[in-house]
Design a protein around this ligand. Structure first.
Ligand code: NAD
Length: 491
């Protein structure tokens, strides 16, 4: 068990055990129990939402001008920087991720709070052109209480991506972290309390999605839900939001194509493909999980990819040399393994991996070897279903028409990577692919200033960017009469 981890969640400004079931979190590297805590239940959701609504309406928050609200965000960012090592180590313990990656995620969370502090100070509302003797204004106001529901793959970064803009917009936030990885979200909650945020503005309710998440979505006091997670959960949440006529943003799954043209810089493309699918052990919504290679170079690129995948360093997340860390949980690893086994049984050719690594150091952890498959058409289940593990499926293409048709033949539309030296072709293909983000001669790079979100079943709405704050606001129009005379109709 982790030392010093209190059995408490944050409910409307109070740290206390929840009224729901016990949440147990285990180390993906060793299987040992890291923490056990009493999670939230529906009564805690109700308390959190009521406290949030009161705190958001309190003049101590409601009337704070943007530049002062921004100072809270800067203080939170400063505390994240101060506690960066502990936060990264905690997230590595809970998610299994490599320490290099969790350090980067902590840095990203810090940057997110700083960015939205700056964006908040510089956001402007509009005077709109009037059509009579009046002045027209379009202003933005907070929604009130916002629900934030996050997945397990990058908890501190996805939590920050919702909490920072929602607080910047003047709301209260009820955060529901994933069952497998609540620890860093709770630590972030402590840190935000330490930053002096007025109590009640943030709740962190660890607990099961179907009970706690569902209660947040359906609570009449919650005015918006921002969700990141799987597409089927997103569909359920979207339907519940429709019942309430409530805005919802959905950041969902993907099956992103990466494309290699014959003129691509081969070294850059290979490094990008390996990073795109095998970093984070493939547990990334934007993982480049389908690679399309031009038929003329297919065999040589695949051979080289397989050779390099076999040399990736698989090991514990705590080792800075590790490239492929354990997966988040043994149950998830077993699901990924079953999908690969099924694909092979259905006729896919296993080019490398496809099994749990052997040896004592791997015995207890949720490890899985980097895996490459090919020999199946794009319609095969392994090419269509999100695997969320270190599994790449490779397909050849003949020409641009064939490529675009295959790449877009998926319900998803999250991301795409294009490797080519021809900037005209990159432009043409980038504009034809159904994806919210396209990387050209790079992959999996992010700027908080650049909006992010999916097409098709990969999501609804955008996070990040200056407009990211607006996603947590309501727009209101004001008309100010300037005429000295009564309106003519009644005279
Ligand atoms: P998930 O959908 O199972 O769970 C996500 C969150 O939703 C968890 O906190 C869970 O407890 C909660 N939840 C589950 N059922 C719920 C319900 N009925 N009502 C309300 N909340 C509920 O996803 P996961 O397995 O935690 O994460 C992996 C998925 O997330 C993948 O599909 C991945 O692509 C996606 N993801 C998307 C992005 C993106 O930005 N597009 C980023 C990261 C992960």
């Amino acid at each position: 068990m982790l030392e010093g981890f209190a059995d408490e969640i944050l409910v409307g400004g109070r740290w206390r055990p929840g009224s729901g079931a016990v949440v147990e979190t285990r180390s993906p590297a060793t299987g040992e129990v890291l923490a056990r805590l009493r999670g939230a239940g529906p009564a805690d959701v109700d308390e959190a939402v009521r406290a949030g609504a009161a705190a958001a309406a309190d003049p101590a928050w409601r009337d704070v001008p943007p530049h002062e609200r921004a100072r809270y965000l800067v203080r939170i960012a400063d505390l994240i920087a101060e506690r960066a090592d502990d936060l990264a180590a905690l997230q590595t313990a809970d998610t299994g991720k490599s320490i290099n990656e969790t350090r980067a995620l902590v840095a990203s969370a810090q940057g997110t709070f700083r960015y939205f502090a700056g964006a908040l100070e510089t956001l402007e509302d509009a005077l709109t052109p009037p059509r009579g003797p009046y002045l027209t204004m379009s202003v933005h106001e907070p929604i009130g209480v916002v629900g934030a529901i996050t997945p397990w793959n990058s908890p501190i970064a996805s939590d920050a991506q919702k909490i920072a803009p929602a607080l910047a917009a003047g709301n209260a936030v009820v955060l529901k972290p994933a069952e497998w990885t609540p620890l860093v979200s709770l630590a972030l909650g402590r840190l935000i309390c330490d930053a002096g945020l007025p109590p009640g503005l943030l709740s962190v309710l660890a607990g099961p999605g179907r009970i706690v998440g569902d209660a947040i979505v359906r609570h009449p006091g919650v005015g918006k839900v921002s969700f990141t997670g799987g597409t089927s959960t997103g569909r359920t949440i979207g339907a519940a939001a429709a019942e309430k006529i409530m805005p919802v943003s959905l950041e969902l799954g993907g099956k992103s194509p990466t494309i290699v043209f014959p003129d691509a810089d081969r070294e850059q493309a290979l490094a990008g493909l390996l990073f795109g699918i095998f970093s984070s052990s493939g547990q990334s919504c934007i993982a480049g999980s389908r690679v399309f290679v031009h038929a003329s170079i297919y065999d040589e690129v695949l051979d080289e990819l397989v050779a390099r995948a076999g040399k990736l360093r698989v090991g514990p997340g705590t080792d800075p040399a590790t490239q492929v860390a354990p997966m988040v949980a043994h149950a998830h690893r077993d699901k990924v393994a079953a999908m690969v086994d099924r694909a092979v049984a259905d006729g896919a050719r296993l080019r490398c991996g496809g099994r749990i690594p052997e040896g004592g150091e791997y015995a207890e952890g949720a490890y899985y070897l980097p895996t490459i498959l090919d020999g199946v058409p794009n319609g095969a289940a392994i090419c269509q279903e999100e695997i969320f593990g270190p599994v790449l499926v490779a397909l050849p293409f003949e020409d641009e028409e064939d490529l675009v048709a295959q790449a877009n033949d998926t319900v998803y539309g999250l991301a795409c990577g294009i490797w080519t030296a021809d900037y005209r072709r990159a432009w043409r293909v980038a504009r034809r692919i159904d994806a919210g983000t396209v990387w050209i001669n790079t992959y999996k790079q992010f700027s908080i200033s650049t909006p992010f979100g999916g097409f098709k079943e990969s999501g609804l709405g955008r996070e990040k960017g200056r407009e990211g704050i607006r996603a947590y606001m309501r727009q209101k129009s004001l008309y100010w009469g300037l005429d000295e005379n009564p309106l003519p109709w009644a005279t």
